[in-house]
Design a protein around this ligand. Structure first.
Ligand SMILES: [Zn+2]
Length: 319
């Protein structure tokens, strides 16, 4: 990785030294230079794959990235030998850990919303993603997803799935018994909390998810997460749409018309919550039928969900 330190705020056109980059950027007007032009002219950086100049978005981004797109990153990784690819990925993770002060390995939701290869690639490349993360210094949180077995005892007639009375569009679970109850958080839980390590699931449409993670609702959502923590609840936020749709919602007119926030902003908030609160998980699934199936599978397989990254399990069809 052609890592480069952010240069000090000294004007390369006239040599004048500034205290901050902000001051330098304001000064550039004197040279009739836009910030983008200034950095591309005096500190040119090139995409490792196609050699085109790196697009300037922010100072941090410009000096930290080696690619203009995930596609170019993917193509470059394909073109180099395994050891070089491995070294690049290890550096990428090390750098992210340091810069973002991360405690746990970046989950799939994080890797798929930053300029990084997806977890499946890393797992193959490193032989074991979580082991490589341990070596880099991340704290363990999950193990690689393996077979999820539903327990027969969950089918006993005394048990049911509790659905919150405020749930607007309750999911159906075939012939399985459900009961409407007022839940402290979330929308779905198992009637016997001990059998699921207190697992609660909050269902959201994609539009709900985006709205919840946007600036005006974020505090309220965080209070709910804290409430779950105080009640020793493990909260799963289940979005009944795919992660691909979620990361590109700007191109979905029925959603983008109503929402001003960008996917970058929404997923920045999502990533922060995942790193901050180990008792929550976000899981994107392909539609309501899938949401029904997945909720049952999670609730009927005990506490297994706590040991695995649910998105990873879903994407690899283990869940
Ligand atoms: Zn100057």
């Amino acid at each position: 990785m052609s890592e480069q330190e952010i240069p000090s705020p000294k004007c390369q056109a006239c040599g004048k030294q500034f205290e901050t980059h902000r001051q330098l950027h304001a000064h550039l007007k004197a040279h009739n230079l836009r910030v983008v032009e200034y950095y591309q002219k005096y500190f040119p950086r090139y995409d490792l794959h196609d050699g085109k100049i790196i697009k300037y978005k922010t100072l941090e981004q410009y000096f930290s990235t080696d690619f203009n797109s995930r596609t170019n990153l993917r193509l470059w990784l394909k073109s180099v030998d395994k050891e070089e690819a491995k070294e690049f990925c290890a550096k990428l993770l090390t750098k992210r850990k340091k810069e973002k002060n991360l405690k746990y390995p970046p989950p799939p939701v994080e890797l798929r919303t930053i300029l990084s290869p997806p977890i499946q690639y890393l797992d193959e490349n490193f032989d074991d993603y979580y082991k490589a993360c341990r070596e880099i210094g991340f704290e363990d949180k999950y193990q690689l997803p393996s077979e999820i077995v539903e327990g027969k005892e969950y089918q006993k007639p005394q048990y049911s799935i509790h659905i919150d009375t405020r749930e607007q569009l309750p999911l159906k679970f075939n012939n399985y018994t459900t009961e409407m109850k007022t839940l402290p958080v979330g929308d779905y839980t198992f009637s016997e909390p001990k059998l699921t390590c207190n697992c609660y699931i909050e269902r959201k449409s994609l539009a709900d998810f985006i709205s919840t993670l946007s600036v005006k609702n974020l505090d309220r959502f965080e209070r709910e997460i804290i409430k779950a923590q105080e009640l020793k609840i493990n909260l799963i936020v289940l979005i009944e749409d795919t992660l691909n749709h979620a990361t590109s919602f700007k191109y979905l007119p029925h959603i983008s018309k109503k929402i001003k926030a960008t996917p970058e902003y929404i997923f920045h908030n999502t990533r922060q919550l995942i790193q901050k609160y180990p008792h929550i998980q976000f899981l994107f699934v392909g539609g309501r039928k899938e949401a029904e199936r997945v909720i049952k599978k999670i609730l009927f397989s005990g506490c297994f969900y706590k040991q695995i990254d649910l998105q990873y399990a879903y994407d690899t069809k283990v869940l």
